[in-house]
Design a protein. Structure first.
Length: 255
């Protein structure tokens, strides 16, 4: 039996830990609260960035008897996903003069979209002309990225879990200013952070990674959780070679 639980990414007071890299990437660790029933629980976690790397998703729970059996990301927007959803259904094609004509979406490949008109003939439309198609409302269309999890629990319980993933859409850079004050010079350093993802992050603990990192696989979330909580605020922490980690004080929002 599968128990369906709709979870809107309930972040606890510890917030979200984000490590920003300088190559348009970030590692996100969010502490969640799960209310599980006995058996298999189907859980939806919303507010996931479109730029997420699907293969990087991990969920860890320190509770005994809790096991993550599967995870997948649902998102129906974007040309390929949207076309898959509407195969065999009616779509509208905008003509040059602005009028719209109904067609049945038969199939598509990496070059053409194949439309069937009412008379039965097949018309190829270049994939680059995708924006000429209008898709009528459709029930069940997932318009925001949603992480679907199946979590097995040996008994009903409320437990914390740690969701982690890599995502694109983040970057940071350092800026410095200097000011001459009499015979002395004052220097100040700033971190300029850009969030170009589809999600606003709130109540975050931020760390900045300096150096060009080549991550083959994201570290386990339990290890990142312990490292993030134990790291000292301010200053540079050397993490090997020419790599440095800067943990910023306090919590902040990243719109």
């Amino acid at each position: 039996m599968i128990n369906t639980v709709i979870l809107m990414a309930t972040v606890l007071s510890n917030g979200t830990f984000i490590t920003l890299f300088q190559e348009n990437r970030a590692f996100v660790l969010a502490e969640l609260n799960l209310k599980l029933e006995k058996g298999i629980n189907a859980i939806e976690v919303k507010e996931i960035p479109r730029e997420i790397f699907p293969g990087s998703v991990e969920l860890f729970s320190p509770a005994k008897g809790v096991r993550i059996s599967s995870s997948r990301i649902l998102y129906d927007l974007g040309p390929e996903n949207l076309l898959k959803k509407y195969i065999g259904e009616t779509v509208l094609l905008r003509r040059e003069k602005g009028e719209e004509e109904p067609f049945t979406l038969e199939s598509f490949d990496n070059q053409y979209i194949y439309l069937r008109c009412r008379e039965g003939s097949l018309i190829p439309l270049k994939l680059s002309d995708f924006d000429r198609l209008h898709f009528p409302p459709k029930e069940g269309l997932v318009t925001t990225p949603t992480l679907m999890l199946e979590v097995e629990s040996k008994r009903a319980k409320s437990t914390n879990a740690y969701l982690s993933y890599m995502t694109g859409g983040f970057s940071w850079d350092a800026m410095y200013t200097s000011m001459l004050d009499g015979n002395s010079m004052k220097f100040n350093g700033y971190a300029v952070i850009q969030n170009n993802t589809s999600v606003d992050f709130k109540n975050c603990v931020l760390s900045l990674f300096a150096g060009e990192a080549h991550l083959i696989q994201a570290p386990p979330p339990e290890r990142v959780m312990l490292a993030a909580k134990s790291a000292e605020y301010g200053g540079a922490q050397k993490v090997g070679g020419d790599f440095y980690l800067y943990k910023l004080e306090g919590k902040r929002d990243i719109p």
